[in-house]
Design a protein around this ligand. Structure first.
Ligand code: GLY
Length: 362
């Protein structure tokens, strides 16, 4: 298995070297026909932390100084986004880039960037409804924000801001109550009454229907609630992460890669590989968070099954020199026709992160 995972690092190094050579200082999101597409619609700008995050993983894995130079450079390129109020994704941008940098240096200047990004995220809080609102509208809550609330906890704790920490906690409880269902499945979006804060209904942007299960959204929940359990020790969040994990494992074929939405009848595309990569990393995290609990080894084994599948030539583009991404068969936005059955930058990032967790016991 280790050799198979090493090939993922080899592939990532090969693809990222070309990205830097052919498209310096650019941040692709998805490919079209296997080539990074810089002209296609992006919908929202949330992927600018993933090249830098991969450079840090490559540096930590190989100790080659060039990867660190690139990681620092690509972190600097997005520094100004720490005050960006247009997206709900500042965790995706800053955690994979500035957090490893700060961990390495202990430089307060690096930490200040993380804190400011977390405080900016905190400005999305809606008292009426008690959630951090999505980029779409103030009455909209996305399941994806569970991956970005960690940086709000971080900013709150580093500055002793208990009101901000309370907002982060409330966001997680609202998401758990309104978007996670009794069977562990998740809705993508929640719509609230802006006047009263009343939760009105579940909805979706990237899934099949409002009452169906968009696979990547559920993977974000599995991973995000696990992270928040790690931060708070609140057993409610561990229960939620485990419910999502059980749903994923029960509904997905034995190879471990789901379709874009589990409920869509006869989907045109059988795979959404980025959801599988996120789930693999989230399951490995979960196995570490609940080591004494019986299912820990189940989570780990299932994660290894996913990674084993993603290392097959069907998914890993190692031999396809002209294909720009690492992981094939991802889907960004099926309804809009963006990045469908292509490589997506976050898929490559979380695939590498999951491999790193196995190889380095993180
Ligand atoms: N905006 C995050 C996603 O597409 O999953």
């Amino acid at each position: 298995m280790r050799q198979r995972l090493e090939r993922v690092f080899l592939c990532a190094a090969q693809k990222l070297r070309r990205l830097v050579r052919e498209h310096p200082d650019q941040f692709p999101m998805y490919t079209t026909g296997g080539k990074w597409d810089f002209s296609g619609e992006v919908w929202t700008n949330w992927c600018e932390g993933f090249p830098g995050g991969q450079f840090w993983l490559l540096y930590q894995h190989t100790s080659e100084p060039e990867w660190r130079r690139l990681a620092e450079h690509y972190a600097r390129l997005i520094e100004g986004r720490k005050t960006d109020r247009n997206v709900h994704d500042l965790g995706f941008l800053f955690w994979p880039t500035w957090k490893p940098w700060y961990d390495l240096t202990g430089d307060p200047e690096h930490q200040a960037v993380l804190i400011e990004a977390g405080q900016t995220m905190g400005l999305r809080y809606r008292e009426k409804g008690q959630y951090l609102h999505s980029f779409l509208a103030e009455n909209s809550l996305f399941i994806d924000i569970m991956m970005n609330v960690g940086i709000v906890f971080y900013a709150a704790r580093q500055t002793g801001d208990t009101a901000l920490e309370e907002k982060a906690l409330r966001h997680c409880l609202t998401t758990r109550r309104t978007l996670v269902r009794g069977d562990g499945s998740t809705a993508h979006e929640g719509i609230f009454d802006p006047e009263t804060g009343e939760f009105l209904r579940q909805s979706t942007q990237q899934g099949w229907r409002s009452d169906s299960s968009w696979a990547r959204g559920l993977a974000w929940a599995l991973y995000g609630f696990g992270t928040v359990y790690g931060l708070t020790g609140d057993p409610r969040f561990l229960d939620t992460a485990e419910a999502c994990a059980r749903y994923y494992m029960e509904r997905t074929p034995a190879h471990g890669v789901p379709p874009n939405d589990w409920d869509e009848p006869d989907p045109l595309y059988p795979y959404e590989s980025s959801a599988a990569a996120i789930a693999a990393s989230g399951l490995l995290q979960l196995a570490g968070l609940s080591p004494a609990r019986r299912p820990a080894s189940v989570y780990r084994e299932y994660a290894l099954q996913i990674l084993d599948t993603l290392c097959e030539p069907e998914f890993l583009a190692l031999e396809e020199r002209e294909w720009d991404g690492v992981l094939k068969h991802g889907i960004y936005h099926l309804r809009k026709g963006l990045g469908v059955d292509e490589s997506v930058m976050w898929g490559d990032y979380f695939f590498l992160e999951a491999c790193f967790r196995v190889l380095h016991g993180d």
